[in-house]
Design a protein around this ligand. Structure first.
Ligand code: F6P
Length: 363
């Protein structure tokens, strides 16, 4: 039998289980492949004793509707800069990729399918360059991976944010308040933009369009002057003002990316200081956007990504990332996908359409 190792890395995301199920179901149509999962990204393989699990049809039955990942995930223990404790107690970051590839081979693995965002795909590329046959699957609610129209998980996050936004609209209207809802997305404004259009926000603040506080204030005042009496704002966690960054970070050490969050409170304070008299309330949606069952669209693309990833393995096409491009499923070199971030184009169709709908970006 040939063996394939599946890992889910980085933040979790609705649709991870559907990908795992797609891989296993497609593999079980072959006679000579068996699928294994590594617990918490590749840590399950790197640890002694290993934490690996055989994934067969029974293990993945019905999991496509479940949130999270049955094999767990982590954004700690990156093998490209693995924290190793030294004799003197200090921590040294070492590149354990060559060691990892040897270990994969010595455990009899013929290929790896690595499901993850930009950080995980950088690891995929490093393993591939070190001689391991690897296929990647693009995961993240942020939709910030290059070369694919959508990552799986994004649509579910938008649905969750949009549902919450609708609820905030009715309470904003009842109390004549300004409601600020903060969504995730890291340095990309996709979740905020889609939610603002879906929900009909008055203001949408995203990292790609640094905003002018006075323009935000003008928009709020004009809503109250027109007698409408309430305002709903969507702000992306990575949004910042043109002058003087108000990006808020929760400053957690030992992470490959800065941890964002809390920018809605800073904006709220600034609006109060600028004389907005209406009550202002803040909501940070946080990890609700990452949890729960995937919406149908995410289940579909995640399932197809899983099948397609397994087929790339069967065809011996490695170093590739499965992607959705122009409504078709294909693949691109992982190297290409991680060469740039996919961020919102400030002059693109979506932003123009949002402006046409009357949404202000504070620019
Ligand atoms: O990349 C997904 C994401 O949810 C981002 O939107 C967010 O900034 C980050 O992960 C949060 O990470 P953690 O779950 O480690 O707090």
């Amino acid at each position: 039998m040939k063996k394939i190792l599946v890992a889910t890395g980085g933040g979790d995301c609705p649709g991870l289980n559907a990908v795992i199920r797609g891989i296993v179901k497609r593999a079980s149509r072959e006679e000579d492949w068996e699928v294994w999962g590594s617990y918490e990204a590749l840590n399950g393989l790197m640890e002694e004793p290993t934490r690996l699990i055989r994934l067969d049809d029974k293990a993945v039955s019905g999991i496509h509707v479940l949130g999270g990942t049955i094999i767990g995930t982590t954004n700690k223990g990156n093998p490209m800069s693995y924290p190793e404790k030294q004799a003197d107690g200090t921590i040294k970051l070492t590149n354990r990729i060559p060691w990892l590839v040897d270990r994969l081979k010595s455990h009899g693995f013929d290929a790896v399918i690595n499901i993850g965002g930009d950080g995980s795909q950088a690891i995929s590329q490093a393993m591939f360059e070190a001689g391991m046959p690897v296929v990647g699957v693009p995961k993240t609610i942020d939709n910030d991976l290059n070369s694919t129209d959508f990552t799986f998980g994004f649509q579910t996050a938008v649905q969750t944010a949009s549902d919450s936004f609708d609820r905030l609209v009715t309470t904003a209207s009842s109390h004549h308040r300004v409601m600020i809802m903060e969504v995730m997305g890291r340095n990309a404004g996709w979740i905020a933009l889609y939610t603002a259009i879906s929900g009909g926000a008055e203001i949408c603040l995203i990292p790609e369009i640094p905003y002018d506080l006075s323009a935000v204030i003008r928009r709020i005042k004009s809503r109250y002057n027109n007698g409408r009496g309430f305002v709903n704002i969507v702000i992306a966690e990575g949004a910042h003002a043109k002058e003087g960054s108000i990006t808020s970070t929760l400053g957690e050490e030992g992470r490959h990316a800065v941890r964002l969050g809390g920018v809605c409170f800073t904006l709220s304070q600034q609006l109060k200081e600028a004389g907005i008299e209406a009550d202002i309330r803040e909501t940070v949606l946080g990890h609700t956007q990452r949890g729960g069952t995937p919406v149908a669209f995410d289940r579909v693309i995640a399932s197809v990504f899983g099948v397609k990833a397994m087929e790339l393995v069967l065809d011996g096409k490695f170093g590739q990332l499965v992607v959705l491009q122009n409504n078709d499923f294909t693949s691109v070199p992982i190297k290409e996908a991680i060469s740039a971030y996919n961020v919102v184009n400030p002059n693109g169709t979506l932003v123009k359409a949002a402006k046409g709908l009357g949404i202000s970006f504070g620019d």
